[in-house]
Design a protein around this ligand. Sequence first.
Ligand code: 76R
Length: 248
Amino acid sequence: MSEAAQTLEGWYALHDFRSIDWAAWKAAAESERAQALDELQSLLQVWSREEADKNGSTAFYSIVGQKADYVLMFLRETLEDLNAIETAFNKTSFAAFTKPAHSYVSVVELSNYMAKPGSDPLDNPDIVARLKPTMPKANHICFYPMNKRREGNDNWYMLSMDERKAMMRSHGMIGRSYAGKVKQIITGSVGFDNWEWGVTLFADDALQFKKLVYEMRFDEVSARYGEFGEFYVGNLLDGGKFAELLRV
Ligand code: 76R
């Protein structure tokens, strides 16, 4: 058996994609819409206080295209916290104007492929911070799930630790060349959801997603072993922008 990579886990993640029920929204009375928006704004305030207190982080983005209208991505200490957030949202009158579009459950993950031998990663404050990250308020988000292939001769899980390390190093070097332009959060979802990882990227310039993902396709670990699900891309929201978007 090949040696499994050691992973460190941080906050749990829920990507909650919803669509607006525009017919119901437009048919509602002005007062109902105002009430619904108020309830949503209160939750947004609760979530932003949790972020300020470093008890989690929340990202709020519109989604371009028909897969969803918006995503709320939550990072919290436990799966119970994520469940409580979902339930609190579902109890608002705003939720009645939304339809589920997609969701993804995972946990922030760092692997030891690039770790310095002999050191305890948890002594490194940068690593600890990456396990419980405050998500940046970048202009754009990009999310997609992925697997590492295990088919015939292309089976990631049959490779030796050294072979995987060499490939992950090359991957990491490409990634690092986008430092300052793209922020990535890798979340592991083996045992939690349909794919092995969720890839969430943040950037002020959306073209950097295309350039980064394209460049990585030529790198062996993506070219030979990467399998990808659906891509979601969107624009930064806040309570005010969302109210504007919903004005009918
Ligand atoms: O520097 C380090 O210590 C981290 C190095 C690193 C690891 C271990 C790293 C760097 N990644 C790692 C692991 Mn990544 N990453 C992806 C995708 O579209 C594709 O082809 C793949 C989707 C992108 C765009 C991306 C970006 N990475 C992983 C893993 C877990 C693998 C495992 O455990 O087997 C996956 C699934 C994955 C996928 N990667 C980086 C980036 C970027 C931008 C970096 C540099 C980040 C930084 O230095 O802050």
